[in-house]
Design a protein around this ligand. Sequence first.
Ligand SMILES: *[C@@H]1O[C@H](CO)[C@@H](O)[C@H](O)[C@H]1NC(C)=O
Ligand SMILES: *[C@@H]1O[C@H](CO)[C@@H](O)[C@H](O)[C@H]1NC(C)=O
Ligand SMILES: *[C@@H]1O[C@H](CO)[C@@H](O)[C@H](O)[C@H]1NC(C)=O
Length: 367
Amino acid sequence: MLTRLTPLFFAGLASAAAVAHRSVDVVSGQTSTGASTVQFTAASSGFDGPKVTNLNSTTFDLWYFDVLAYDLSASVTLSFYTADPGALFPQAADVGSADYAEVFVTTPDGDLWVAVVPADSLTIVTSGDGSSGALAGGNATWAGSSDMSQYTVTINAPDQGITGSLTITTVAPAHFPCAAASSMAGQSYELAPGLGWANAIPDANGSVDFMLDGTPLSFQGSGYHDKNWGSKPWDTLLNSWYWGHARLGTYSLVWFDFIDPDGVEGSSIYLSENNVIVASSCAGNLAVRPVDGDATFPPTTQTGLPNEFSITADIPGQGTLELQTSQSGILVEVPGLSTRWAGQISGTLGSQSLTGIALYEQFTFVS
Ligand SMILES: *[C@@H]1O[C@H](CO)[C@@H](O)[C@H](O)[C@H]1NC(C)=O
Ligand SMILES: *[C@@H]1O[C@H](CO)[C@@H](O)[C@H](O)[C@H]1NC(C)=O
Ligand SMILES: *[C@@H]1O[C@H](CO)[C@@H](O)[C@H](O)[C@H]1NC(C)=O
């Protein structure tokens, strides 16, 4: 259950412009039996704050972070969930609480480290557009600035071999599924019916300092932060999706290409250059397609994995974006559900050549 402790607290400084709306929410790990209230229309602030009030067994709200090493040698992906397993998908972690953090770390040695940190509650402080969260007991936290320019995430799971922190500093402005995050009030957070998405940090300079069973892992890379939430179980909201983000020189790219429960494709494309949005739209004719391996489209829980993806989109004023991945490896694979890759990505934007790195995934929910 989500309890609003302080609806509005004026962290008032000298001028009205410095006043940031602040609220504190505590999400219990035991979900409510009543109906949730799920927010899909933006208010004037609170972009990265909680969107589900009175969390129940079929609604979910989560915060996601990642950093991919510039040389592709290592990665961290980390999520804070408020969700019962039945609100996500059949293979979701069941830790006896809706509140938990889950972290995946890949190392230069090719090892995969996983830790799941449960807690009785998650406290989220929303200040301006940014949010900060702490699992009860403090074994996993995130702390964001009110303008969403910087986030630090910590994890303390020594019994599972993982402790450490990461910091991401934005290089790409926030966006809604189909629009930039400027002039927020009234904008839609709905990527697909019932599925919310707020991308606070589409790309960042990231710095990771972890200890893995006493061995340090430190690296710099491209970082990212978003949140998803839903009014129904996640696996009923979409049939499949392709999502990813990339750093291509001075450009930052985020894509979402999905098949809805009626079999209809929907998409969102975001491109910024030097911290200025070039495109943020659902009308960019984005097409993400599997290439090589099992290139069945759309993918299902029964199909195999492609080796690569092609990404094409229309970027107004810049021409056609045409990219293809070149995978360096699979970061995480849950057969029949999801696979996350890292790799190089290259191609063209109009007449310009682009090359960089990407972290991307495929989810399949139907057979
Ligand atoms: C949870 O809340 C949603 C949204 O209000 C509602 O549609 C759903 O029926 C609720 N689920 C349960 C199990 O009460
Ligand atoms: C935090 O992590 C430590 C080490 O794993 C553990 O002993 C402790 O019980 C955890 N605290 C909570 C509140 O879960
Ligand atoms: C991010 O890193 C790039 C490359 O090192 C650097 O040019 C840029 O100033 C950094 N931006 C921020 C906001 O730290």
